[in-house]
Design a binder for this molecule. Structure first.
Ligand SMILES: [Fe+2]
Length: 245
């Protein structure tokens, strides 16, 4: 099997201090992440070599594009777990979802069909890259009232907040946890995202980090990050909730 990391001992276990990845697209064929089970297994093995012990994978739930239900997600998870077992690979994988806050999300919320993870009932949410939803604060409030702990995925990637980092701080103040993409620190999504990501980290606003892994190119960039001693040092100075899961 192809490996990005063979023969490079220094890279292995780079992210073991995090233990658990809480954001990825590893269930084959149900979103824009892994498209088949062989890829899923390969990605998990490579991430395991980087130090990850456990995965809470989060397929997209988007109205009209990826209308994934808890049933679809759990069926897919079962396939991944069975494939791991048949190959005697003991890496743990659970599933939740990455919910886009759109018109369907309000229905999902009303019908109490939300997939959360961890004892604290974390719910991973994302918003449009064009504009934030006008009712963002209200949705966060409702989620919290229902006993969930919302986590905003990759706040550093929303261009409309780059000059308004106070809005991200406000989100944190209202009780929404924040999850940074590790790839944002490599410049994978551009220079601005990288700068904002470092600022948010330095301001201690980040509660979780995630790979948001979709495909092989993401793996290659994570391996690059593992070699960036300055960024790795910054990450290790911080405490993330990943290790509690
Ligand atoms: Fe994602």
């Amino acid at each position: 099997m192809f490996s990005f990391f063979s023969g490079r001992k220094t890279l292995s276990d780079a992210f073991s201090f995090l233990k658990t990845d809480i954001h990825s697209h590893l269930i084959p064929g149900i979103d824009d992440g892994s498209q088949d089970i062989e890829n899923t297994i390969q990605y998990m093995l490579e991430l395991n070599k980087l130090g990850y012990k456990k995965f809470i994978t989060t397929p997209h739930v988007k109205a009209g594009i990826y209308p994934n239900t808890p049933q679809i997600i759990h069926q897919g998870l079962k396939k991944v777990q069975e494939a791991l077992q048949s190959r005697n690979i003991s890496i743990s994988i659970e599933a939740a979802a990455e919910y886009l806050l759109d018109e369907d999300f309000e229905k999902i919320l009303q019908n109490k069909e939300i997939l959360s993870f961890g004892e604290k009932k974390y719910v991973l949410i994302e918003i449009s890259f064009i504009a934030p939803p006008p009712n963002l604060n209200e949705i966060i409030f409702i989620l919290k009232t229902q006993g969930y702990m919302p986590i905003m995925a990759h706040p550093e990637r929303y261009g409309y907040w780059w000059s308004h980092l106070n809005k991200i701080a406000h989100l944190s103040d209202t009780g929404c946890l924040l999850q940074l993409n590790l790839l944002s620190l490599t410049g994978y999504y551009g220079k601005e995202v990288r700068q904002v990501a470092i600022k948010l980290l330095e301001a201690d606003l980040i509660n979780f980090v995630g790979t948001d892994l979709h495909h092989e190119r993401h793996l290659a960039s994570l391996a690059q990050l593992a070699k960036d001693s300055k960024i790795m040092k910054l990450l290790k100075q911080k405490t993330f909730l990943n290790e509690t899961l």
